[in-house]
Design a protein around this ligand. Structure first.
Ligand SMILES: [Zn+2]
Length: 427
């Protein structure tokens, strides 16, 4: 089904390319395949016969954002037992609502780092529900008793609808668990090399998968065509194990030091600092005491270490850990990055181009350039002077995927709203 070609005029264009200044008077042309035909100065824009012209009134046009760390099946703000006490079909509808909220916040692509299965990803890809394009880890690899192990204290299994974790305690078991993940359709392998804040049995300083186990995972993935390997790693020892073992990204990374930053720079490892999960929702009354105490302590550590990583120019991709914090406020993360010293322009790159590189989708997504998929956002505020404002979904006026307008507070698509069947994304 062809997409209606558009000619967006009178736009202030931020392409997502590192170091590129915004173009004050820009035009974006999209084609019938949902790709960008032209993005740049109005003065040099080619003709676009048949394209519907839309005047953006000088508003800022940005690439669709990419959240590299979400859990769409999870909503911890609803309480830790919500999923256990709720019918799975009802949870599926809740998931659909969260996906819609994530899209409306300006996120057109996301990476689920445990919880979502291929059914969620494929329902999105086939246009059955609206939401970001999704890459999935399915479940996380964890040691017995580690961050991803959902068992009662007496050893009884907590039955989560999605299984919980792939448990592995040796390099051979790590290989088998990786094969489990691949069989389940994982686009990315999630491993836990430390404990965490939300888990009752361990802390960020507890170590998870050891370096030989991480290497086994990375090697096994390479033997099956390669995929990114993402490490939940908060304390320093586990961060080192993850990087030395060959992961693609360190998720959280709160305890990161100079040696780890050196190693990450040498090896091209991304840091996804998920500041939202540290700074949003610290509420003594609403949290388990162990969770509250860990969060207060680690928010100070994070502020110091991530600010230092930003100062050193570490390769950072945006991720929020939405699910641990509320869904649909993803772009608040950009404001937290700026609070710790990143420029607004660099924060936008972290949420677009860099995240696309981490997900392995940079050929199609992450910047607004000719040939790429036309995923874009129109903002009511200038994000270079009001990055916090972009974190309010009310300021995200328009969201499009592959040239199809999905959110439309400007009334652009009112006369030509596609039917559900026509609304399927191009990829
Ligand atoms: Zn997470």
């Amino acid at each position: 089904m062809p997409t209606e070609p558009l000619r967006l005029t009178n736009a202030r264009l931020i392409t997502g390319r590192p170091g590129a200044a915004p173009t004050a008077d820009a035009v974006l042309i999209t084609d019938a395949e949902g790709r960008v035909g032209y993005a740049g100065e109005a003065a040099t824009a080619p003709a676009s016969p048949g394209a519907r012209e839309v005047d953006l009134g000088g508003r800022t046009l940005l690439p669709g954002f990419i959240d590299a760390h979400v859990h769409v099946k999870l909503s911890l703000p609803q309480g830790p037992f919500h999923e256990l006490t709720t019918d799975p079909t009802y949870v599926a509808y809740e998931t659909a609502e969260r996906l819609r909220a994530t899209l409306d916040a300006g996120v057109t692509t996301a990476r689920d780092l445990a919880g979502a299965t291929r059914g969620v990803r494929d329902a999105l890809a086939h246009g059955l529900i609206a939401g970001p394009r999704l890459k999935i880890a399915v479940n996380a690899l964890s040691h017995t008793g580690g961050h991803g192990d959902f068992h009662h204290f007496d050893g009884g299994h907590i039955h989560l609808h999605q299984g919980g974790a792939y448990l592995a305690d040796t390099p051979d078991e790590a290989r088998r668990a990786t094969r489990d993940a691949l069989r389940s359709g994982a686009d990315v392998i999630k491993i836990c090399t430390t404990g965490g804040m939300g888990s009752p049995h361990d802390t960020p300083d507890d170590e998870g998968l050891r370096v030989d186990e991480v290497r086994a995972v990375v090697d096994e993935v390479q033997r099956h065509g390669g995929r990114p390997v993402a490490a939940h790693a908060q304390g320093l020892a586990g961060i080192h194990a993850a990087i030395l073992g060959g992961v693609t990204s360190v998720e959280h990374g709160y305890g990161i030091d100079d040696r780890a930053l050196d190693l990450a720079a040498e090896r091209g490892v991304f840091l996804v600092p998920t500041l939202s999960t540290v700074f949003v929702g610290i509420d003594k009354a609403a949290m388990q005491p162990y969770h509250y105490e860990k969060k207060v302590r680690w928010s100070g550590i994070t502020r110091t270490n991530i600010a230092h990583a930003i100062e050193r120019g570490t390769r950072i991709a945006m991720g929020t850990d939405a699910g641990v914090v509320p869904h649909g406020r993803n772009l608040l993360e950009l404001g937290f990055l700026v609070e710790l010293g990143m420029s607004p322009a660099d924060a936008i790159v972290a949420g677009t181009r860099s995240a696309a590189e981490l997900l392995g989708v940079a050929d199609d997504l992450g910047t607004l350039e000719a040939g790429k998929l036309a995923d874009f956002v129109v903002s009511a505020v200038d994000p270079l002077t009001d990055i916090v404002g972009l974190g309010d979904p009310a300021n995200v006026l328009v969201v499009a995927q592959s040239g199809v307008i999905r959110k439309d507070l400007l009334g652009l698509a009112a006369t030509t709203a596609p039917t559900t069947a026509e609304a399927r994304p191009a990829s």
